[in-house]
Ligand binder design. Sequence first.
Ligand SMILES: Cc1cc2nc3c(=O)[nH]c(=O)nc-3n(C[C@H](O)[C@H](O)[C@H](O)COP(=O)(O)O)c2cc1C
Length: 209
Amino acid sequence: MTASIEDPNFYNDLDLSFAKAWDLIEPGVNKRASPAHTPVVGTIGGDGAPQLRIMVLREADRVKRRLRFHTDVRSTKIHEIASNGKTSVLMYDAAEKLQLRLWGEARVHDDTTDVDKAWSSSTTFARRCYMAEQPPASPSQEPTSGLPSWIEGCQPEEMQLMDARANFAVLWFEISSIEWLYLANKGHRRARWDWYDGTQSWLGRWLIP
Ligand SMILES: Cc1cc2nc3c(=O)[nH]c(=O)nc-3n(C[C@H](O)[C@H](O)[C@H](O)COP(=O)(O)O)c2cc1C
């Protein structure tokens, strides 16, 4: 419980640890070098096995406690989420010695206007992967990007991307629990916050690391 002058201010402070967790997540949206830019997103496969993959963080909203991701509507993860939305997100900031584990529910956003906005805010190069003719994970007889050959190595024009819009999905991940692990020589710190709908608030507690 004792803190020294070298300890970060959040070391023995639950509220500051919670704020620090979000301070670590939020820069992931715009800072490519931030570890929170490419977290691991875990869903539950059709066979019950955990399925993990890296995804780019597109938006983080501390007040609405949610994260936004983009993906192909035909991808396996979309089918997994449709049958079980339980999702987990993992990130580790080695410089800060902080691991965050987030749990919650993912859902495909169905407001066309919002999805259109997200679509047009992505670069044409990023949107090119949605031009793949076959769904992601389709077997192929040969090595392939899945893109039409005429667009390989080229940056598409807006017009050429029009059909690909139908393959684009926005995923929202609503967070219901956050777990924190701070590594320190002196002694690690572990904490967890759970969201309570009744009180519309987070309840935090320390855990044994
Ligand atoms: C650095 C990096 C960033 C990625 N970003 C995304 C992303 O934002 N959205 C996405 O659907 N897949 C992204 N992927 C690919 C996924 O990790 C995964 O291979 C793909 O989405 C297929 O996953 P699924 O079969 O579970 O649906 C990224 C991969 C890497 C290595």
